[in-house]
Design a binder for this molecule. Structure first.
Ligand code: NDP
Length: 450
């Protein structure tokens, strides 16, 4: 079946692809399986060299990859360039990690026990449309560094950058069969990977709903899974914070990528005594977000990914919002930056909107801030703004979330672990922690008795 890939900023087709089915998925798994023994045996320094070459090729083709990503996702080009820069850094990091992920020796009676980090085999990677190349690289880097071979299924809406990355991997000298990109429906290709007996692990990023299906499907073969799912993160603004700085930063923590970000701080919790002042500042800074043509280097927010998604996002705005920004008319799946006042019980505060809609919620004091921040099934990221260092640390320890920032809204770094608590998933991506999810620990006892 043919797949037409659209540019969400123009609604124009940008590619026609053939969709894979079960047969093609099985063929990709077979190729990955065949390539596994040789890839696992590549000397660590050589595997590192190949990953480093891939990183360099991503840098050399950075502009091309950024243009592909910008057109296919509707991302502002400046953001897309930054994301591609991170992809290169991710491969550099895991090139350096290949020979630094090692076992231990453990003193035991009668000999020595040693642990080894063994590759899993063929891993299936299922990725979403919001950060197609970045999220693929977060999984590919550690998977390949550990000696696994891969079948990567990008989201149907945004397969183009993954396909180009697959070509670059071959150009880098990574052998055929090590990285296989299969474009097709989640319910067909994704489901087949989840159930396939020769796939050892699924690395998944997407909705909590599909995450549940991954867990259920993986149970049949006791597959390893890591899940990076939705979020409903709190941006907690205490009255003693630098309110100007917090308000200037807040729009970008929820409207970046048009709010289609699992880390979006889409609940802005504001201490009552600073509420009016902060909300005034927030409206002003939100008014300044530049929405428009993703090709323009100064654009800060583009369109949503699809017409269907825009309909879902719109359903969260009931009545007149506190603030609604501007967005282009005409073609493209545009939606303006929107601020609504809410309680934590409202649907806009409970469900992941995945669009440029922020719920502003007042609170009284530290205990209530923590209670509201934690009153969600999710636990991915969040921010705490205060000038009181001890309070920042207390709240950071109390919030049930995998990634937090204090007086900042940045969650993601190449060298630090990223992942969720609660229904935001489990397992960690990035940093040395990600290697745990792509290897097994083996313990070997060596007798020293004569
Ligand atoms: P999905 O969870 O449906 O998609 C993520 C990936 O899973 C895609 O590659 C998709 O393939 C695949 N997939 C879909 N169904 C199955 C299945 N039954 N078995 C295996 N793989 C499957 O997310 P959506 O794109 O539909 O977005 C819906 C919502 O999910 C968003 O509005 C947002 O709330 C959340 N989301 C969260 C993300 C995050 O970063 N945590 C990322 C994306 C979405 P295909 O595209 O071919 O259907």
């Amino acid at each position: 079946m043919a797949l037409t890939v659209l540019n969400p900023a123009t609604e124009e087709p940008i590619a026609e692809l053939q969709q894979a089915g079960v047969e093609e998925t099985d063929a990709a798994v077979a190729r990955a399986r065949e390539a596994f023994p040789a890839w696992r045996s590549v000397a660590p320094a050589d595997r590192a060299r190949l990953l480093r070459r891939l990183a360099t090729l991503v840098e050399e083709h950075g502009e091309q990859l950024a243009q592909i990503e910008s057109q296919n996702v509707g991302k502002p080009i400046a953001g897309a360039r930054g994301e591609v820069g991170m992809v290169a850094q991710v491969f550099h990091f895991y090139a350096g990690a290949v020979d630094k992920h090692f076992g231990e020796t453990i003193p035991v009676a009668g000999g020595i026990a040693a642990t080894f980090r063994e590759a899993l085999g063929v891993v299936g990677l299922i990725t979403p449309w919001n950060f197609p190349l970045n999220i693929a690289s977060w999984k590919l880097g550690p998977a390949l560094a550990c000696g696994n071979t891969v079948v990567l299924k990008p989201a149907e809406l945004t397969p183009l950058s993954a396909l180009r990355l697959g070509e670059l991997a071959l150009d880098a000298g990574i052998p055929e069969g090590v990285l296989n990109v299969v474009v097709g429906k989640g319910s067909v290709v994704g489901q087949r990977l989840i159930e396939h007996p020769d796939v050892a692990k699924i690395g998944f990023t997407g909705s909590t709903e599909v995450g549940q299906k991954v867990m259920q499907g993986a149970a049949g073969t006791i597959k390893r899974v890591t899940l990076e799912l939705g979020g409903k993160s709190a941006n907690v603004i205490f009255a003693d914070a630098d309110l100007e700085r917090a308000a200037a930063a807040a729009p970008y923590s929820v409207f970046d990528n048009a709010g289609q970000d699992c880390c979006a701080r889409s609940r802005i919790l504001v201490e009552r005594s600073a509420y009016d002042r902060f909300v005034g500042l927030l409206i002003e800074s939100t008014r300044g977000v530049k929405v428009g043509d993703p090709r323009d280097g100064s654009t800060e927010m583009g369109p949503l990914i699809s017409a269907a998604h825009r309909k879902t996002v719109a359903s969260f705005v009931e009545g007149e919002p506190l603030f609604r920004g501007d967005a282009p008319d005409g073609k493209g799946f545009w939606f303006p930056c929107t601020l609504v006042e809410a309680t934590n019980e409202d649907r806009v505060a409970r469900d992941e909107v995945f669009g440029p809609v922020a719920a502003i919620i007042p609170f009284e004091g530290e205990a209530e801030a923590v209670r509201i921040a934690n009153d969600t099934p999710y636990g991915l990221s969040g921010s705490i703004w205060t000038r009181d260092g001890a309070k920042a640390l207390r709240v950071a320890r109390a919030v049930e979330s995998g990634v937090l920032s204090v007086n900042s809204n940045s969650s993601v770094r190449v060298s630090t672990p990223f992942g969720g608590f609660k229904q935001s998933g489990f397992g960690r991506e990035l940093g040395m922690h990600a290697l745990e999810g792509y290897s097994e620990v083996k313990s070997v006892f060596i007798s020293t008795e004569g």
